[in-house]
Design a protein. Sequence first.
Length: 220
Amino acid sequence: MSALVSVVMPVFNTASFVAEATKSVLSQEAALDIELIVVDDGSADGSAEVVMRFGGVRLLRHDQNRGIGAARNTGVRAATGEFLAFLDADDVWPHASLSARLAVLDAEPACDAVAGGVIQFGAGRPDSQQESGFLAGNVLIRRAAFDRVGEFDETLRVGEFIDWYARAIDGGLRFKQIDTLALRRRIHASNTMLGIGKEPLDYTRVLRQALARRRAGAGE
């Protein structure tokens, strides 16, 4: 039987956070048909063991760390839902986050994906003001639309969602932003985005590829 919404959660050495993230998915409205696929990307800290304490979770494993793009792709390939959502293992969905986004796609068949608001939080810091934008964790997308764009670029260690979103826009996908809070994004010392300095060439490559696609399109 196919799930309505497949939620893909990549995990890498986030044993201290993954239980809260998992609970936030499983505690979405009981009426929703949710398939939670957790992909352990070679963790060495017991993250998979934490996930295994929960019922109703499908756990997949990589023997070694292959990066967040590869982990998401593994989850997507296993997903059976009509809609796809992503949540990083250190972030949290507020209650009703998923149903608010799903309601928009149900009401607007021409819309391919919808994103809610984002608040950043972390130990020792106040919550940020709610912000808009498109991140992996606050977007709900139709599976058919995701497949038209293609998988995440597994050669990118950072910036993989920026690359995917740029390809989606270039491919004509229709996104909508709503005011409902969809994601609480945790800021901590191990955030991938805080390690930009370690992989600066990935961001440069993403931008160059996007520019090349647009130039090629303009020349048609």
